[in-house]
Structures are given as C-alpha cells and as structure tokens.
Ligand binder design. Structure first.
Ligand code: HEM
Length: 484
C-alpha cells in the first residue's frame, strides 16, 4: 500500500462552522456566487491540481490507479485540489472542514454526482439515487425501519444464517473469503428485507442483480454511451435483467401484501409505513427502495468482513486479542445484542479495518448553483469528490496511517476526531441509513466465525485492490479454513 502524507497547506481561511452565534447559516451572494460563511472571499481561478492533457485531462491517471491518484493529488495540492476528467471539472476536497461544508452546511446546493445517478436504470428512484423533496419524504418513511431497537431484532437472523454457513464448512477446506461473505450477507439481506426462505429464489435474484450491475459498470466505463433505448446487444441484455428483477421484487411485494400479519422484515415495515398525509408507498417505490436497500446493504458489509479477515490473517497478535475478548465475553456462544457493547476490541478491529479499506472509498456531489468552497468558486455542474481512502490515511489524525492498529480506537479517538476525518458511512443528511445494521452484522459474524475458524491465506495469493463503486479485492482472497 502506498505510504501517504497529506499536505496540509491550509489554503483556505474558511471557518468550518458556518453557523453564526444564533445558529443560523449566514449566506450571502457575492459576484453571483453563494457564500455560506461571513469570512469567505473568493479567489479567482481554480484550486491547484494536476494539469493532465488538453482533451482527456487526468482521465488516464484516474483510470490507471484511482486510489493513488486521489491520494497523491491531495498530498501534492492540499485540502482543495482540482482536475479535469474529460470535459468534467472535478474538485477533490480532503480538508475535513471542507467536506463538512459540502455534506452538511451547503448540502442543499448539491446533488449526487453523475456516477450515482447512472444507476437509476437498475435502482430506480430509491434512497441512493433520488433527490430533493422526493428523497426527503422517502427517507422519513424508511428511516424508522432502521432505528436501533428495530435493527436489534435482526440479530437472531444474522446469527442463525452464520451458524448455517459454519455447518457447511469443514477444516482444511479452500475458500474464497470474499465469495463466502458476500453469499452470507446476501442471504441475511434477503431474509431481513423480504423474509425470503427459498434459497433458490434468493440466488436467482442476486445473480440477476449482479448481472445488471456488471452491465451498468461496463456502461459507466465507456466514454461514449449509447442511449438505453437503442437496442444494442448490451442494452437489450440490461433491459432483460431489469425486467427479471422487477418481476421478482414484485412477487416479494405481493407475498408481503398477502401476509395476514406484518412480519419482522424490512419490506413489511415499508408496506405499512405512511407519509404524514396518510398515503403509503406505491409498488414501484417499494420496488426501488427494496432493490436499493438490498444492493447498498449487503456487498458493503461483506467487504468489511473480507478485508477484516485479510488483515487478521496478516496480524495474528490482533486475532489473539480478539480471541481473548470473545472467550471472556462469549465463552463460545453466538453473540447476542446485549453482549455486543462489551465487545469493544471487536468494534475497534472493525473500525480500523474500515479505516484502511473503506468499502465506500469515495463519494461525490454536483453543485446545483455557483457557490464557494475553500475560497474558490465551485460552478454549477462541477463535481466535488471526497475520499475516505484519502482522509482515513491522514497522518495528522492517524499516526503511521498504513499500520493496522485497532488499539488506536481504544482511548476514545472517535470522539476526538473532527467530524469528517473518519466517515466510512458518509455524513450529513445523506448519511448511511444502515450504519447500525452493518456494524451489528459485522460484529456478530466476526465473533461467531472467529471463535470457530481462522483463515490462512494461500501462499501464492496476490492481493490487489480493484476500486469500483466499492473497494473490491481484484483477484478474490483465497484461503484455507483452520479449526480453532
Ligand atoms: C459497512 C457497510 C456499509 C458502508 C461502508 C456504507 C456506506 C455508505 C455511505 C458512505 C453512504 C453515503 C453515500 C453518499 O453520501 O453519497 C451510504 C448511503 C446509504 N446506505 Fe450504506 N453503507 C453500509 C451498509 C448499509 C446497509 C446495511 C444498508 C441497508 C440495509 C445501507 C443502505 C444505505 C442507503 C439506503 C444509503 C442512501 C441514504 C440516503 O441517501 O438517504 N448501507 N452508505
């Protein structure tokens, strides 16, 4: 992994807290630019950054090694850098105060960037892809299903599905860690979301969704995209996959509606949820939210577990400390919700793993008006990127940032950090709705599996990172199961 030292040349004199004493955001318009701080002044031109080529800008470096490109750009050009990807102007904000300005203070003047919007053909208008008043109404409706107490009721499903996986394993078996945990979190998502009991149904659904996403990813990488209505072989394949997904989710919704009693699955909760005016979600909206929650929810958690097992296989002393904690708190049993707060080292290991391998390693926004950021003008239509990969490696907040040291979280580091020095779940109004769900699931699976098995990495395994929408292992993580 590249060693990282982020330059902190403090080019911006912007007060990160754009609230005045009375708690109101001060916003003024200056030269046609929206200013949300009283002290800000606009510099002419663009923030410093790599020049790139006349036509493509920095597209070649962006594609060849995205993570290094982001890290080096922040290190070389400071908390606000700028570059071009083809015709698109992009700012990279790496100062925590600037990120707060984008995601919190000025959030209403930004929408999700083009990359997120590109997934609408599959996700529809669900929480990840919708905007404005529509998004706000939906978020209000979905959020209660993710309250801590509700989420706690899924713990037995998580434990049960993990036990089932363990029952299918034998010592000495060769596994792909990423595959095993993706399959497990997918089953948990299908059960907690749709109360799906037939594993065949679940597999067909997740295979079709995977296919649709692969096709969308391939489309996103193409510079010239044929409109979706043009019947190219790739477009036709995508349309077939989406139609198949629609059919399946509609059948889950119909089954949910026909159940006499509201079940303990998320879909049942969404079926009875009502807006303030007494209306509920349409079937179309339920389909979009269900698809979004399944997709946003299971791969990210699987990746957290995958990278955690990889790190543990390289740091046996950390694994030993985990075992001591599990022996003391769990004594061989599957963790219950009540026991989770006592698994503090387990939580520290997960936090540290998400610091080094944040499943969502970059998020982006697009400005909807001209506004100010870090003393520069962000024009309407510009993209602002914020990268967890970059921020989580800032030595100012994480000494020896490349070292896997869960102990750094043990003395209240999370409380001392500025808000956006560490943000694996994003922040502001669009913060991950499933953060509690994910953290609980990761802890239950880690402790249940870890008490029984350890993973030994294949000696010839080549571990490389493939940054797509999430941070994937390029060649999988092959390992052998060993009994404790
Ligand atoms: C370790 C696991 C997870 C990570 C790292 C993660 C990360 C994130 C991040 C960074 C965002 C914000 C994206 C942005 O601002 O552009 C987000 C949003 C979201 N996440 Fe997660 N997530 C995880 C698990 C989950 C789970 C388990 C669910 C649901 C079951 C979920 C559902 C969502 C939804 C619906 C949004 C969109 C929220 C909105 O815009 O209102 N996520 N997630």
């Amino acid at each position: 992994m590249p060693a990282a030292t982020l330059g902190r040349t403090a080019k911006s004199s912007i007060n990160s807290d754009a609230q005045d004493n009375a708690g109101k955001i001060q916003s003024t318009v200056c030269n046609g630019v929206l200013m949300t701080t009283a002290t800000a002044s606009i510099q002419s031109g663009l923030p410093p950054g790599p020049k790139g080529t006349l036509i493509g800008g920095s597209i070649r470096q962006f594609r060849a090694g995205l993570l290094d490109f982001l890290l080096n750009t922040a290190r070389d050009y400071g908390p606000l850098a700028s570059f071009r990807i083809g015709p698109r102007r992009v700012f990279l904000a790496s100062g925590p105060d600037l990120i707060e300005q984008v995601l919190v203070t000025d959030a209403k003047h930004y929408i999700k960037h083009f990359g997120a919007r590109a997934f609408r053909p599959v996700l529809g208008n669900g929480l990840v892809t919708s905007e404005g008043a529509f998004w706000r109404r939906q978020r209000k409706l979905v959020q209660p299903a993710f309250l801590k107490a509700r989420v706690a009721s899924y713990a037995p499903v998580m434990a049960e599905q993990t036990e089932q996986l363990l029952a299918s394993w034998t010592p000495g078996k060769s596994v792909q860690i990423d595959y095993e945990f993706e399959a497990l979190t997918s089953k948990i998502a299908l059960k907690t979301l749709f109360n799906l009991n037939d594993p065949g149904d679940g597999e067909r659904f997740s295979d079709t969704l995977k296919l649709a996403f692969d096709l969308m990813n391939a489309r996103l990488r193409r510079i010239f995209k044929t409109p979706l209505w043009v019947p190219t072989p790739a477009n036709r394949c995508l349309q077939r996959a989406v139609a198949e997904l629609d059919r399946r989710v509609q059948s889950f919704i119909a089954a949910g509606r026909s159940r006499q009693n509201s079940g303990n699955d998320l879909l049942s909760r969404l079926l009875v949820a009502q807006h303030e005016d007494g209306t509920g979600m349409t079937d179309r909206q339920l389909r979009d939210e269900a698809m979004t929650l399944y997709l946003a929810g299971h791969e990210t958690t699987a990746l957290t577990l995958t990278w955690t097992w990889y790190l543990l296989s390289q740091h046996r002393q950390v694994e030993q400390k985990l075992l001591t904690e599990w022996e003391h708190v769990l004594a061989g049993s599957t963790p219950t919700v009540k026991q989770l707060p006592r698994l503090s080292y387990t939580a520290a290991v997960i936090a540290e793993s998400m610091r080094l391998f944040p499943p969502v390693y970059v998020i982006g926004r697009e400005a909807t008006v001209d506004l100010e950021l870090g003393g520069y003008r962000v024009k309407r239509g510009y993209t602002v990127l914020m990268s967890q990969w970059v921020n989580h490696r800032d030595p100012k907040y994480f000494p020896s940032p490349e070292e896997f040291r869960p102990e750094r979280w043990e003395d209240g580091l999370a409380k001392r950090l500025p808000k956006f020095a560490y943000y694996p779940f994003g922040g502001g109004q669009r913060i991950c709705v499933g953060a509690d769900f994910a953290l609980m699931e990761a802890a239950i699976i880690l402790a249940t599996v870890g008490q029984r098995y350890r993973f030994t990495l294949d000696p010839d395994a080549v571990i490389e990172i493939k940054p797509q929408i999430t941070l994937l292992p390029a060649n999988g993580i092959p390992a052998t199961l060993q009994c404790r």
